[in-house]
Design a protein around this ligand. Structure first.
Ligand code: P1T
Length: 378
């Protein structure tokens, strides 16, 4: 089946009792048992919920995996993957990850004895020098938030597997419409479903997809034991979102390409980051491993003062954290999404005070261009 067909139908069937075409919201915390030890597959809603399962099946199909496991947020999805490891295990991780991922590793999980090495995973030689027999997981974010660095998933997976390390990819920025990390050799793919999967900025959630059944069982164990589960209404919203994922991603990308072309060479910019530009260092790699370039555009205007001017002079772009919704958002990574990364580390990887990230929405692109043009007049 094609992607759009799978998005609408993947893992879905009419609800068996009433024939409801759309999966209802099973807003219940518990389920009647027919006798001691006899139930209908549902006992307690932390453990099983039909609305959640419908979303999990759908996203599994879209990622080309066998099992989806949903969580209450992207962060709890990432934490669930990390909970698969134990004290002393080493995790190699992309250095320019989402600030919350950095914070989870440095400020929470380190205390429990997990060891993290933040490296530039875009360089396979750096990966080869840092992934060792004690590495249990290589965690890649590609493209990265917010600098849009792209890692060769296939090359990293091939090397990491020779040392028996698992490979996980945070696919939030591309969505399964543009990129399927499992097909590139990753063992685990995950999303903040808050973003493109839901697509309407009206819930927070996360999801992990794998092919391996024992791995899925471990993740389900964590889902139930830790209990960071999404509510049924949020699962319904995410599932409603995936049905239009293809339509939305096409428009996000078309608009992002237009704006990147407009911004290229703009005199107010010191740097522009978008994988769809032939000047992007991993443009060719992106063409090889992905089916598009996504809807995020990042640029540097050189100083905090100039960034502030832009952020306070847009009117259609909304100054807010998050990304991937139908509406265009603008953010200042250094003080917002990546504020928990220490300043020296931020500056070293290029998250400067002049950096601005656009989540390009699906509005009429001429209106978006006009809004930016006005805000970039210094
Ligand atoms: O916000 P939450 O659903 O918990 O997802 C965390 C997360 C994980 N991975 C990536 C790549 C992300 O971008 C995020 C969340 N990011 C933002 C809120 C942001 O504005 O960048």
């Amino acid at each position: 089946m094609g992607f759009s067909t799978d998005a609408v139908h993947g893992g879905q069937s009419a609800e068996p009792v009433t024939g409801a075409v759309m999966m209802p919201i099973f807003q219940t915390s518990t389920f009647k048992q027919d006798g001691l030890g006899r139930h209908r597959g549902y006992e307690y809603a932390r453990t099983q919920n039909p609305t959640r399962e419908a979303f999990e099946r759908n996203i599994a199909v879209l990622e080309g995996g066998a099992h989806g496991v949903a969580f209450a947020s992207g962060m709890s999805a990432i934490a669930a993957v990390m909970y698969l490891f134990k004290e002393g295990d080493e995790i190699v991780i992309t250095e320019n990850v989402y600030g919350g991922t950095y914070r989870l590793a440095e400020s929470v999980l380190k205390q429990y004895g997990l060891r993290f090495k933040f490296i530039d995973t875009t360089d396979i030689e750096t990966v080869k020098a840092n992934v060792t027999p004690s590495t249990k997981l290589v965690f890649i974010e590609t493209p990265t938030n917010p600098l849009l660095h792209v890692t060769d998933v296939q090359a990293v997976a091939t090397f990491s597997h020779t040392l028996n390390a698992l490979v996980a990819v945070d696919n939030t920025f591309m969505s399964p419409y543009f990129q399927n990390p499992l097909a590139l050799g990753a063992d685990i793919v995950l999303h903040s479903s808050t973003k493109y999967l839901n697509g309407h900025s009206d819930m927070v959630g996360g999801v992990v997809v794998v092919n391996d059944s024992p791995l899925a069982e471990q993740l389900r164990f964590v889902q139930n034991a830790v209990g960071a589960v999404p509510g049924p209404f949020d699962c319904y919203l995410a599932l409603r979102g995936t049905k239009t994922l293809a339509l939305r991603m096409k428009q996000h990308e078309a608009n992002a390409r237009h704006l990147a072309a407009y911004l290229r060479g703009h005199r107010a910019l010191e740097r522009l980051y978008y994988p769809g530009l032939d000047s992007h260092p991993q443009h060719e790699l992106t063409k090889k491993q992905s089916r598009g370039f996504g809807g995020i555009v990042t640029f540097d205007v050189g100083s905090l003062e100039r960034a502030k001017h832009v952020l306070e002079n847009v009117s259609l772009f909304t100054l807010a954290e998050s990304l991937g919704g139908v509406e265009s958002l603008i953010c200042h990574p250094a003080s917002m999404t990546h504020a928990s990364v220490p300043k020296e580390e931020r500056v070293r990887i290029g998250i400067t005070d002049g950096l601005i990230r656009l989540s390009v929405g699906i509005e009429d692109v001429e209106d978006l261009e006009k809004d930016l043009a006005h805000a970039l007049e210094f």
